[in-house]
Ligand binder design. Structure first.
Ligand code: ACO
Length: 431
């Protein structure tokens, strides 16, 4: 007999089904609770709410485990690249050579940006936040490809392969185009080269002889994007699912995800880390003062890049990115003083009872900004890089929503805490 849970309230007992995931994750299915008992499950911020069943990513924050479609993140970082991992995340299996080639071809064929879309960008102030420009340009894809964005799951799924490739390829090109626009440089059309090399070319072709970036930089970028490719039901991915659940098309849903990612508590932490390391450097501190301030409990003094809403152990991505940082800086002969500061800070925090007792470990953002600096990405583009990396996860999650025959529109409930019923007061009687 399958397991159940009992809730007793108002002297009545309600039996609720228990669900168990393939990795043993357990949930009490409360869907019928309101209809049977009149009670809803209250969980501000959804921290303990399973909003869906998903087969894409498994994350065990207590044990520092992250797997995509069953494959551990360290094996993917070691052996795969961003394009292949994107395919795995979206389609569920590692591609065979033909599938990989077809996917790569689609990405290459749809890398360029329509001249009219280039003109839209010219309408923005050069100083506009890159994420604001990116989200609106991704939403505009629904206007340029209306046949792929019909807001009808059945139709949109028929064209999914094309829409997915357009989204992933163009978010990267748009990122590069925004960077060049802000720096007074012309749009650089894509070349027939691998995904990450193409991004580097579209950003910095003036820096490369024959448009060929060094293998070290190319590898570092692949690792960075791959480590961001998906991360379960985080704020932006849940946003994509929520918007998608209304049958909104892929591009519109992705645009909403970009908006969610733009917040400093989500995609903006990598910038905050670099700013923190820079101010430690400028103050000639060794980090001692920052650590002391971080322990004060004030939210504004937190050690940025430390702690995670889900990982209560090492973020497995942080270990990989710390090594990738070392590798790329060594190979490029860059001596970034911020890396030494980051390492000292990490060592000091990992010996400190404040951080240990609260299970605060470095997260992926602690080192990602240093890699981006080494590649030449400016700080205001860090969150755009995160968005490019996260695009396969968003696409895969949108597809799960669209393809779920039992899906329903996301519509949480609330506990109303406002005034009770009262009668309208005419203006003349208001003091
Ligand atoms: N520095 C110092 N103290 C911290 C930090 C930190 N970075 N993070 C949490 N704490 C403390 C809190 O003050 C709290 O202490 P208390 O128990 O004495 O009150 C305790 O640790 C638990 O904190 P919560 O806020 O409950 O932890 P939560 O899991 O909700 O927060 C978060 C996670 C938002 C990531 C937090 O750790 C933080 O602000 N970190 C810095 C910002 C950061 O690096 N964000 C990137 C996240 S990764 C990503 O988005 C890709």
């Amino acid at each position: 007999m399958s397991k159940t849970a009992q809730i007793k309230v108002d002297d009545k007992e309600y039996v609720l089904p228990v669900m168990v995931g393939t990795e043993g994750e357990k949930a009490i299915d409360t869907r019928t609770l309101r209809a049977t008992s009149g009670y809803i499950a209250y969980d501000q911020g959804y921290g303990n709410t399973g909003s869906c069943e998903s087969s894409i990513t498994y994350l065990d924050g207590d044990n520092g485990i992250l797997r995509h479609r069953g494959y551990p993140i360290d094996q993917l970082a070691q052996n795969s690249n961003f394009g292949e991992t994107a395919y795995l995340i979206i389609y569920g299996e590692l591609p065979n050579p033909t599938q990989r080639r077809t996917f790569g071809d689609l990405l290459r064929q749809h890398a360029a940006i329509d001249p009219q879309m280039q003109a839209i960008l010219q309408g923005y102030p050069k100083s506009a936040p890159p994420m604001a420009m990116l989200s609106s340009l991704i939403a505009a894809l629904a206007a340029y490809y209306p046949h792929l964005a019909t807001n009808n799951f059945e139709n949109d799924l028929k064209n999914f392969d094309l829409a997915a490739a357009i989204a992933i390829s163009k978010i990267r090109t748009l990122g590069a185009m925004i960077y060049r626009y802000q720096n007074g440089l012309p749009y650089n059309p894509p070349k027939d080269v691998p995904f990450c090399d193409n991004f580097l070319h579209m950003m910095f072709s003036e820096l490369y002889k024959d448009f060929v970036p060094s293998p070290e930089v190319s590898r570092a970028l692949n690792t960075l994007l791959l480590l961001h490719a998906d991360h379960e039901q985080n704020c932006s991915t849940s946003t994509v699912r929520m918007v998608g659940s209304s049958a909104a098309n892929l591009f519109t849903s992705l645009s909403a995800g970009i908006c969610a990612l733009s917040g400093p508590l989500h995609g903006g932490a990598n910038t905050a880390v670099v700013q923190m390391l820079q101010s430690i450097h400028d103050e000639h501190d060794d980090g001692t003062r920052f650590i002391a301030a971080a322990k004060s409990g004030s939210k504004s003094n937190r050690l940025m890049g430390f702690g995670h809403a889900v990982y209560k152990n090492f973020d497995p991505r942080a270990k990989i990115i710390a090594k990738a940082c070392d590798d790329v800086l060594n190979k490029l002969g860059i001596n970034d003083p911020l890396l030494a500061i980051a390492k000292n800070l990490e060592q000091a925090a990992l010996k400190d009872d404040y951080f240990l007792s609260r299970k605060l470990y470095p997260n992926v953002d602690f080192y990602s900004g240093i890699i981006m600096r080494a590649i030449g990405i400016p700080e205001n583009m860090f969150t755009v890089m995160f968005a490019i990396g996260r695009s396969p996860g968003w696409v895969a999650n949108w597809r799960e929503v669209a393809a779920n025959p039992k899906g329903r529109i996301y519509r949480p409930r609330q506990i109303y805490a406002g005034p009770v019923k009262r009668d309208y007061v005419p203006m003349a009687q208001r003091g």
